[in-house]
Design a binder for this molecule. Structure first.
Ligand code: NAI
Ligand SMILES: O=C(O)C1=N[C@H](C(=O)O)C[C@H](O)C1
Length: 269
């Protein structure tokens, strides 16, 4: 049992953190060796099992990531962009694989992650589920087969607590459509239409975001042509799909060369 990779979960009290803590502990493939929360959080200093409402498990929640990472072979991180950038440097120092599910990065954050990946294995994806990563590949193929007379719109829906838009998944799907078409997403991206917008630009890749209730995550890629539409859809009904993918990435990352990887690498898609 002791030679199983040790995993630390950051943001452990969050929607994904709780799911990950339960999944890693029950997996039989990894050991839960640490749990991190932000300074001042009520769980810091408490036994994680008890904080989750169950039996004590001996993992004490800490606000000191470096101390926690020092005991780990992998860090699974679903938190917030600034925290993730800090964790990337510390995970590299501890030589732990850093699995990043966090979304909402600005270009400066991404540059910092790229720098950390010179010395560390980072696996990052805006969506860790098998289904969405399959949808990414399907989107690329459909976009390659259709010309710019087919308007591409990515529509996503999430729970009311989500803080970033478009979702990380929507951006992955938009990027896949752009790659399939052989164009640059940044130059063709259209989001946040409101008011007298004018007609749609030919070749634009549009994004729309819905926020409400407890929606786990829904994504449509719409190819709208003259007289017909092709719609590719993924509906998540359980956050376990993201946690399962993240654990798989943490195991896959062991022994890989330093660099930035994604779930397509992990899943071999
Ligand atoms: N890639 C994927 O498959 C998925 C990605 N996500 C992304 O994961 C992130 C988290 O999502 P949720 O769990 O729903 O959010 P959440 O708000 O429920 O949880 C985030 C947790 O991170 C903690 N945190 C923030 N800053 C911290 C710091 N400096 N140190 C330690 N902990 C810190 C918060 O206290 C909170 O407990 C979001 O960016 C979301 O978009 C969510 C689901 C799937
Ligand atoms: O915040 C969420 O909940 C989710 N975030 C990811 C995203 O931004 O795409 C993945 C999933 O859709 C859930």
């Amino acid at each position: 049992m002791t030679d199983l990779p040790g995993v630390v979960i950051t943001g452990v009290s969050g929607r994904m953190g709780r799911m990950l803590a339960a999944m890693v502990a029950a997996s039989g493939k990894a050991r839960l060796v640490g749990a991190v929360e932000r300074a001042g959080h009520g769980w810091v200093g408490q036994d994680l099992g008890a904080a989750l409402g169950g039996a004590a498990n001996g993992v004490i929640v800490t606000d000191d990531p470096l101390e926690a990472f020092a005991t780990a072979q992998a860090v699974i991180d679903f938190t917030a962009p600034a925290a993730t950038v800090e964790f990337a440097a510390l995970a590299a120092q501890a030589r732990a694989v850093h699995v990043i599910g966090t979304t909402g990065f600005e270009p400066a954050h991404l540059a910092a992650l790229k720098a950390a990946a010179r010395h560390a294995v980072i696996v990052r994806a805006g969506n860790m589920s098998l289904g969405v990563n399959l949808l990414v590949q399907l989107t690329k193929r459909v976009a390659a087969a259709l010309d710019a007379d087919w308007d591409v719109e990515v529509v996503e829906a999430h729970h009311r607590m989500k803080v970033d838009a478009p979702s990380g998944t929507a951006l992955m799907l938009g990027q896949a459509a752009a790659e399939g078409r052989g164009v640059d997403l940044a130059q063709n991206r259209e989001a946040g239409r409101d008011g007298l917008t004018g007609a749609r630009a030919r070749g634009a890749i549009g994004f729309s975001s819905i926020r409400g209730g407890d929606i786990v995550g829904e994504h449509d890629v719409i190819f709208a042509g003259e007289g017909e539409r092709v719609i590719l859809r993924h509906v998540a009904t359980d956050r376990a799909i993201f946690a399962r993918g993240a654990l798989r990435a943490a195991l896959w990352g062991q022994g890989q060369k330093p660099g930035e990887y994604d779930m397509l690498d992990v899943l071999g898609l």
